[in-house]
Write a new protein. Sequence first.
Length: 262
Amino acid sequence: MATPRATAFSQSEMMIVAAARELAGQRVCFVGVGLPNIAVNLAKRTVAPDLELVYEAGVFGARPARLPLSIGDPTIVTGATAVTSMFELFAFYLQGGLIDVGFLGAAQVDRFGNINTTVIGDYDAPTTRLPGSGGACEIAINARQVFIIMRQSARSFVEKIDFRTSPGNLGGADNAARIRREQGWLGRGPSVVVTDLGIWHFGDDGEMRLDSLHPGATLEQVRETIGWEPRIADDLAVTPAPTDEELRLIRVELDPGGAYTK
């Protein structure tokens, strides 16, 4: 019997559920805290039970007993397969080509999936200074593919990012492929961007394309919250709504305080 559909959910909950579903069939995922962490832990409880979670603090195969508050939260080592130094994790796992998906957030993203998490405005005199790369740049270039989750707005989906912290498809797929070969980067770049309005994948030229619109969202909203004329799939789908079980997992187990979902 099909699981009954929930009647009420927030845009953030829809975004988390959609992102989790994109992980179906994946095996090893490098993830940070916040929205990516909720989506990945939801995937492990639903569509990807064999997913191995990797945290940059040095944890492989994590099974957090609760949602980690930060990358240094001791709960991320719960039931872990291995706990190593950060150097060993990056050198032997990530740069060794053992990570299938890097799951990242962003402050700004452009049409080619290039990410800014460094500054808003001029680098020397920014209007906002952000946390920076952390391990995001290394994840973006070495994970086999990159998933991005972020809320969509005209401030975040921009024609030109203020600082390229983590490379996506650079100026296009051909250019990105050449640079990746020359630099010895292992990854193929971004595969999907999931927002609170829809699901974007990347075309052969490296530019993102809207393939699915979330329930209640409109193309007018999409165009109002993006800094370029978006590509829309000819067979644009409607994202299936969250199930009651997916919402229960988010609200009861993963984010009971609603820190990321309200």
